[in-house]
Design a protein around this ligand. Structure first.
Ligand code: ATP
Length: 354
């Protein structure tokens, strides 16, 4: 069991900065997601926590002890790689017990421990099989059993499901989450898949260009994104951005888009410059008498909901509506935006104002 505190962590590779002054806390027992696009610094952050890469500056605390300069063997952190490389010349049991044999554990203890983890993962019946003929799912379970068998303080997982096809991936992610809920071991999980992060994570760090953009619970990040990058990266379809000019004045609790007043969640301060009105597709509804209007360009049927693309005076937007509503391409409709859900951004900085 472990709490991990990351403080101003930085990694330079020559002139290139892969991770810039990053800070966040992973609480004991959390399933913690490092999320962001390819190349943003997720893997480098994970490798620094595990000790596979030394930071240029900053600190890493594991249960209160500063460990950033310690070798991996002295951190008691297990690293689960994307490729589940099992030892091909050993059967399942030998693969799982290998870390314990290397530690010099007693044979009876090894046997008990292997029985325990293979029971947790549901692989007791394949312990004597060679690894060669195993299905992808069983290989994954064996690899997980080998990682958890030595009771590390924390697990680092780098896109462990990355190589799997979509259906199997979903099944394994559920299995991983159930396994975590049973074991409650601190887990740091790297992914570029926002849906995976939202579904599995207790907390999420969103990274972009070597920088931590936001850190929080999935719902907080979804509902209250602090930057346009986060708002755009999380959610599918992503948040709509309606751009408008002119800033707002102190005390306003609405903004004016193409001559129409639209309410925002709270009173504003004086803000100059161009702004962006952010609204998620599911927070838009159609009304007969709305003064902010759009033209239906496309309708995409998704079963219980439909995604409607509209042309508006401030650009295209997508609305998610119940499929029971009859909507046709070419319809002109009034639009209602749920004021409590609106995020307003400063265009130039990309930062949320409310
Ligand atoms: P991906 O999902 O593609 O793995 P990532 O967010 O995990 O992306 P990192 O692997 O942490 O990103 O890499 C961040 C940046 O640092 C990338 O531009 C990468 O090319 C660079 N980088 C990583 N390791 C090294 C290294 N050893 N030497 C030089 N540059 C590196």
């Amino acid at each position: 069991m472990a709490q991990i505190i990351i403080k101003n962590l930085r990694k330079d590779f020559g002139d290139f900065t892969a991770v810039k002054e990053s800070s966040f806390t992973i609480e004991d027992g959390e399933f913690f997601m490092l999320l962001g696009p390819s190349g943003c610094g997720k893997t480098t952050t994970l490798r620094m926590i595990a000790g596979l890469e030394l930071p240029t500056s900053g600190e890493i605390y594991l249960d209160g002890e500063e460990i950033s300069q310690r070798p991996p063997s002295q951190r008691d952190i297990a690293f689960v790689f994307q490729m589940f490389a099992l030892y091909p010349h050993m059967n399942v049991r030998k693969n799982i017990q290998y870390p314990l044999v290397s530690q010099g554990m007693q044979r009876a203890d090894i046997k008990a421990k292997v029985a325990e983890v293979s029971n947790i993962l549901g692989i007791t019946d394949i312990l004597d099989r060679p690894t060669g003929g195993l299905s992808g799912g069983d290989r994954q379970r064996v690899a997980l059993a080998r990682a958890i068998v030595r009771d590390p303080k924390a697990f680092m997982m780098d896109e462990p499901l990355g190589a799997l096809d979509a259906e199997f991936r979903e099944h394994m992610s559920e299995e991983l989450r159930v396994l975590h809920d049973r074991m409650k071991a601190t887990t740091v999980y790297v992914t570029h898949d926002q849906l995976e992060a939202m579904q599995m994570g207790d907390k999420i760090v969103v990274m972009n260009n070597a920088v931590v953009e936001q850190f929080g619970e999935p719902q907080e990040i979804y509902d209250k994104p602090v930057t346009m990058f986060v708002a755009d990266f999380i959610g599918s379809p992503s948040m709509n951005f309606l751009r408008f000019e002119g800033g707002v004045q102190k005390g306003d609790n609405s903004v004016t888009l193409s001559g129409v007043n639209l309410a925002v969640p709270k009173q504003l301060q004086d803000i100059q410059g161009d702004l962006v009105f952010g609204v998620r597709p599911e927070h838009i509804s159609f009304t007969d008498d709305g003064t902010y209007r759009g033209l239906v360009l496309a309708v995409e049927y998704l079963g219980t909901t439909q995604i409607v693309t509209l042309d508006t005076p401030n650009g295209d937007l997508k609305a998610r509506l119940n499929s029971s509503q009859v909507i046709n391409v070419g319809d002109r409709v009034g639009l209602n935006f749920n004021p409590a859900t609106i995020t307003l951004f400063h265009e130039q900085s990309g930062r949320a104002i409310v």
